[in-house]
Design a protein around this ligand. Structure first.
Ligand code: F3S
Length: 306
């Protein structure tokens, strides 16, 4: 009985960078640090940061004037940035470069007279920020059913997407829009880390009897990985910690796949793998988890090898 771990899983470079920036700020000992919203959608990491004195503020007004504030990897829009400046906050900008690229492309489409459609989830902070870059004059679709049918298609339509969108949804949505709008410009702003994690999940979902997806309940990219595995017809369980694993999930299974969202730390993935090993599964040897810069993060070893 084997455990297969997705070749790309866990922290992406944008999340790692954001965490490093916060840790550096903690080390400076210049007073309290606030993150505008939880730094990442992973409650265990957020609790750890809280233990270091990093506080989560849901509203800019709740951050004392002059304090340090971290803009998380999802980014913010120009209106919120202005409000931060008005409060004289010292800004630590951890917006991921892929998100910045999507923001820039959205602004350019708007400037060039395109009606903009964002493929993504309307309540996700990244999408809310993107809306602000196009002055809220935007269409949003999070599923094929939500795509506009257009009695009268706009003269020019520009597509932007949430960086963590399901790549298959993106392709299907673009195909449908192409059939409805003559003048369509498509900016594929799905980030490299997302595309690679999704492909790695698809690859192992084909080979296993059940998938364990590790990551925060509110993590958009983790939920996409769960959807992708379920779409392949494999029994899929989304968990945050190993405590949620149930014996019944493993009965009669020969191969279990494990993957994790871009905001899931390696130590949590390792804890889950160890817990699955306790149900009698052995980690398959010879595979490696590869980080976004192409370096091998860790060698897969057999049970008990680490
Ligand atoms: Fe950035 Fe993609 Fe991670 S947008 S924060 S590299 S999931």
């Amino acid at each position: 009985m084997e455990i297969l771990v997705a070749e790309k899983a866990g922290f992406c470079m944008g999340v790692e960078r954001a965490l490093n920036m916060v840790m550096l700020a903690v080390g400076e000992e210049k007073g309290p640090i606030y993150t505008y919203g939880p730094l990442i959608h992973n409650p265990q990491v957020v609790s750890y940061l809280e233990s270091l004195g990093v506080q989560v503020a849901e509203r800019i007004e709740d951050i004392p004037e002059g304090s340090r504030v971290v803009i998380r990897s999802h980014g913010i829009g120009p209106t919120e940035l202005e409000r931060m400046k008005e409060r004289r906050l010292e800004i630590i900008d951890a917006t991921c470069m892929f998100v910045k690229k999507a923001q820039r492309m959205a602004s350019e489409l708007y400037r060039d007279g395109y009606k903009v459609i964002i493929l993504g989830h309307k309540d996700h902070p990244e999408v809310r920020a993107l809306r602000d870059f196009v002055h809220d004059e935007v269409l949003i679709a999070g599923s094929l059913d939500e795509l506009p049918t257009f009695d009268e298609p706009p003269e020019k339509l520009g597509v932007i997407c949430q960086t963590t969108l399901n790549t298959e949804f993106f392709e299907q949505a673009v195909k449908r829009l192409e059939a409805r709008v003559p003048n369509l410009v498509v900016r594929n702003t799905i980030c490299d880390a997302t595309a690679k994690r999704q492909q790695a999940a698809r690859d192992i979902a084909e080979e296993v009897d059940a998938m364990i997806v590790v990551g925060g309940r509110h993590s958009s990219n983790t939920r996409r990985l769960t959807d992708i595995c379920r779409d392949r017809g494999v029994d899929t369980y989304h968990i945050e910690t190993p405590k949620e694993l149930r014996k019944g999930w493993f009965l009669g299974r020969k191969r279990i796949g494990v993957t994790a969202g871009a905001s899931t730390p390696d130590w949590m993935i390792e804890e889950v793998i160890r817990a699955v090993q306790d149900f009698g599964f052995q980690r398959r040897e010879g595979k490696s988890v590869v980080s976004d810069d192409g370096k091998v993060k860790e060698e897969k070893m057999d049970a008990g090898g680490r």
